[in-house]
Design a protein around this ligand. Structure first.
Ligand code: COA
Ligand code: MG
Length: 292
């Protein structure tokens, strides 16, 4: 399964943005039926997203759909409107925990049978820090059906907490949001699914985006959400291993292969041991799993 370095949100009721989305180079588009669409526009957005799924070329970007939260009447309407056109996955906002994934998975089981879609083929991305209770479940996602991506959101969490802001006077996330980000990272790796960093809403600030990408990649995130086409190339580049990283990973692996009985080795004056070997193997796995 490929790594999704970039997932670009596209409002599901915007003909112009849907048309543009196809050519942006994101590993996936998330056609939105939730927060980027006014409630009055949802019926038309469902139809537009359904049509788009049926007709758009998927060779460059997977096509995902963000539905409304499961505790709203819109959720089931969204699923029934779009699942028949076989999206690659569903993004679930305000996900409280694995019980929400199970419920959505049951809906998808029924849709797949009804429409002759291979069982289990529609994946799930959980946006798993948007309610006050959600962070308490981040360690519980192992084995959740269909789950491929775990991500976090700071805007809805701030709203859920009645926070006046999620950033301090220097523009950095305050403690509750840093915690949510870290727990999401641990939870994704613990569950064996892909961790995806949250959006950088300051979409004209490419320096900030670059820094957020570097921080996320360094910590173990494998991709990031985009909300504007200009963010996609920056994100894709940041989450693609560089030639120097690949070369170093190959050198680490070669050093251990040449010394099969060694636990620790000297590589160019630096100690390398098992964690370095694991990291080198991860880098090379990323290269083979990334899209061309
Ligand atoms: N997907 C596809 N195309 C997009 C886009 C997106 N998310 N965001 C902007 N574009 C298009 C615009 O339509 C415009 O196209 P044009 O060159 O044909 O006119 C071009 O990219 C440049 O857009 P720009 O004028 O810089 O931005 P904007 O003011 O039109 O839009 C936002 C700014 C933030 C409203 C817009 O980027 C957006 O809707 N983002 C997604 C929001 C979302 O889905 N939020 C929910 C998840 S947090
Ligand atoms: Mg939201």
């Amino acid at each position: 399964m490929s790594v999704l370095r970039s997932m670009l949100f596209v409002p599901g009721d915007s003909e112009k943005k849907l048309a543009k989305g196809a050519s942006v180079g994101a590993d996936a588009l998330i056609l939105d039926l939730e927060d980027a669409v006014a409630a009055s526009r949802r019926p038309v957005a469902r139809e537009m997203v359904h049509e788009y799924l049926r007709n758009a070329d998927r060779s460059q970007s997977e096509l995902w759909v963000r539905i409304n939260p499961l505790d709203t009447a819109d959720a089931l309407r969204d699923v029934t409107a779009v699942a028949r056109a076989r999206p690659d996955g569903i993004a679930l906002p305000k996900c409280d925990g694995p019980h929400h994934i199970l419920k959505l998975s049951h809906y998808l089981d029924a849709m797949e049978i009804e429409h002759g879609i291979p069982q289990g083929s529609i994946a799930i991305c959980a946006i798993a820090t948007e309610t006050a209770v959600a962070p308490f479940s981040l360690g519980q996602y192992k084995g959740a059906p269909r789950l491929r991506v775990l991500t976090w959101g700071a805007e809805d969490l701030a709203a859920a907490l009645g926070a006046s802001s999620n950033k301090d006077e220097h523009g950095e996330y305050t403690a509750p949001y840093v915690l949510a980000r870290s727990l999401c990272l641990f939870g994704a790796h613990a569950a064996g699914v892909q961790p995806l960093d949250t959006v950088c809403p300051d979409f004209r600030n490419s320096a900030r985006l670059q820094r957020e990408c570097e921080d996320a990649r360094r910590d173990g995130y494998l991709g990031k959400i985009a909300i504007h086409p200009d963010q996609v190339a920056v994100i894709n580049a940041a989450f693609t291993p560089s030639a120097a990283e690949i070369e170093h990973a190959q050198a680490v692996i070669a050093a251990f292969a040449a010394n099969p009985d060694a636990g620790a080795l000297n590589l160019n004056g630096k100690m390398i041991d098992m964690p370095h070997l694991k990291q080198a193997e991860r880098i090379l796995a990323l290269v083979s799993r990334a899209k061309a």
